[in-house]
Design a protein. Structure first.
Length: 572
């Protein structure tokens, strides 16, 4: 029996960190959990509000998902919980379908979390995690920046107490112009003061003058959101600011998260499926990128499919515990996440009444300050300088998100990435190469001083040969042949070709036949094994007018020996 238990523990992903867990680490995790709770309670409630849900659901989303991921996640530093981007996507998915905050809206949010979990779980079980990673990083980065901008704009309605809409920038601008005369000045002042405290109080606590008096202020810096919450509640209670029209969270139910499967039908599932798929995709991409970075720093193994499984089960637990979709909420130890969950259970059981007088402007300020640091346009210009295609994909994604909506913008960005990739593959880099003097290496004649022969044309294509670029390559070769009446041989350097499809093979067969009519022989050099297998299985090898050489250097020695007459130091 002990042996079977031991085997079961070893199969549990958490055993990787539990097996060498120490009391010293536990003490550190207790402090980390206190810091996490100090941040997560106001932020979790704020993110629930961002999703159009009751604040208590932000606490629910920080309980079971954290524990499930700690046990099953492959990363020793990630913790699962509510995050701004996923909350915004939840709102974008549900807002067009149901009245925000209504019982059916809340039920649909839990169903959405369940669906996100099932999608992630299935992808992980069937090892399809690589499919999600096909989305380019520039598109993901642009999507996050655009979403952060919309999130910040969307929270302005709580700072000014107006019914502003922010599904896209035109909608936001239109509603702002319409309702601006009704702006609530006390809420705006209270909100601006909150933002100021969130920005400048941490800087003050980090100053040398304060640290020399108090010592380490790391805990206080991280607890600033909770300090602001306490100050805001005190201001509402003792200054009676409700009379000034400043809105508060209101009654919050206490108790353990209700456990039940959300009501569903196939029509609703199919309606939510596109949104659930995109949320699963974004949550996994973001979690995986952070997990990869921490795994590299710790030199630990990372299984992307296991991450999907853990993320899926965490979201399923969110769906059955009256929460909404979750993703990576910050790097810390798994035990700190478990302890944080236990502390949040106590908060949800005994302290929810404390937050009833919490001003909505403080929650909005918390979101704006935490999300605004993501709004950085420098990556757009860096991407444009490095690659026009990546820069264009970023701008297309950004404009799609801010001008249409968050889901459509992401789809447009993904499609644009594949279109630009196909465009690039269809126009591969092709170079005429020559021999670098004193070596056996061949380089582009436009970049290097090289030796060539009028009788031999050496070409290198830096891309796999497929139906997308076969005609482009043939057209390039025809143009080069037209410039040289003395040409007798064409050598295709295949060092950069790893695959070749049927269309490209047929193109080469036609090219070989057409060159033969011009008394020009076609040769290949430096052919890789998988490509040679394709060539040998084709008709081309039977009718090839030239030869296949192991190296390009050998081909030149055989076909253009005059290149070596002035340089006797060449050797094979």
């Amino acid at each position: 029996m002990p042996n079977s238990k031991s085997k079961l523990l070893h199969r549990l992903p958490a055993w990787a960190w539990l097996s060498h867990y120490t009391p010293v680490k536990f003490k550190s995790d207790v402090l980390a959990a206190l810091i996490v709770v100090a941040m997560l309670v106001p932020q979790g409630m704020a993110y629930a509000m961002l999703a159009g849900l009751p604040p208590i659901m932000g606490l629910y989303a920080s309980i079971l998902p954290m524990i499930i991921y700690a046990l099953l996640g492959g990363s020793s530093t990630l913790s699962i919980g509510p995050v701004a981007i996923i909350s915004m996507m939840t709102f974008a998915t549900l807002n067009p379908l149901f009245e925000v905050g209504s019982p059916v809206y809340i039920e649909a949010a839990t169903l959405l979390a369940l669906m996100v979990g099932i999608i992630s779980l299935l992808l992980g079980l069937f090892r399809f995690g690589f499919l999600i990673q096909l989305i380019s990083h520039p598109v993901i980065q642009s999507f996050i920046i655009a979403s952060a901008l919309l999130i910040a704009f969307g929270q302005l309605k709580f700072l000014v107490d107006l019914s502003l809409k922010a599904n896209n920038i035109p909608e936001f601008a239109s509603s702002l112009l319409q309702y601006f005369p009704l702006l609530h000045v006390p809420s705006l002042i209270f909100g601006l003061l909150s933002i100021g405290l969130l920005i400048y109080l941490p800087k003050l606590l980090k100053s040398q003058a304060v640290q020399s008096r108090l010592g380490s202020t790391d805990f206080l810096v991280r607890a600033v959101p909770l300090i602001l919450v306490c100050l805001g509640i005190a201001a509402i209670v003792f200054l009676d600011l409700k009379l000034q029209g400043i809105k508060t969270v209101g009654a919050i139910p206490s108790g353990f998260p209700p456990l039940s499967f959300p009501h569903w039908n196939w029509e609703l599932v199919m309606t939510l499926l596109p949104g659930a798929s995109m949320i699963a995709m974004i949550s996994f991409v973001e979690s995986l990128s952070i997990a990869q970075a921490t795994a590299l720093q710790q030199r630990s193994h990372l299984n992307s499919n296991q991450e999907l499984i853990a993320l899926g089960l965490a979201n399923i637990s969110a769906g059955v515990s009256s929460a909404f979709p979750v993703a990576d909420a910050g790097a810390k130890s798994p035990m700190a996440g478990v302890l944080s969950s236990i502390l949040i259970i106590f908060v949800s059981l005994f302290f929810t009444g404390f937050f009833e007088d919490l001003p909505l402007t403080i929650l909005a300020a918390t979101i704006i300050v935490s999300i605004w640091k993501l709004v950085n346009f420098q990556p757009f210009f860096d991407a444009w300088r490095y690659s026009k295609a990546d820069g264009l994909a970023m701008w297309i994604t950004f404009l799609g998100v801010v001008l249409i909506d968050i889901s459509t913008g992401l789809i447009i960005g993904i499609v644009s990435t594949f279109v630009l990739m196909l465009w690039r593959i269809s126009r591969p880099h092709i170079a005429v190469v020559g021999l670098v003097e004193g070596t056996q290496h061949f380089r582009n004649i436009q970049r290097h001083q090289v030796s060539t022969s009028d009788r031999v044309l050496s070409l290198r294509i830096d891309e796999n040969l497929t139906f997308l670029n076969a005609n482009s390559f043939k057209g390039y070769l025809i143009n080069e042949i037209s410039l040289n009446d003395q040409l007798q041989h064409v050598i295709i350097n295949c060092s950069s070709i790893s695959a070749i499809d049927l269309s490209a093979l047929e193109m080469l067969e036609d090219l070989n036949a057409e060159l033969a009519k011009l008394d020009i022989r076609l040769h290949f050099a430096e052919v890789k094994g998988p490509v040679m297998d394709k060539l040998q299985a084709s008709k081309l090898m039977t009718h090839l007018s030239g030869r296949i050489y192991l190296t390009h250097f050998q081909a030149i020695q055989d076909l253009a020996p005059e290149i070596f007459e002035q340089h006797k130091d060449y050797t094979i």
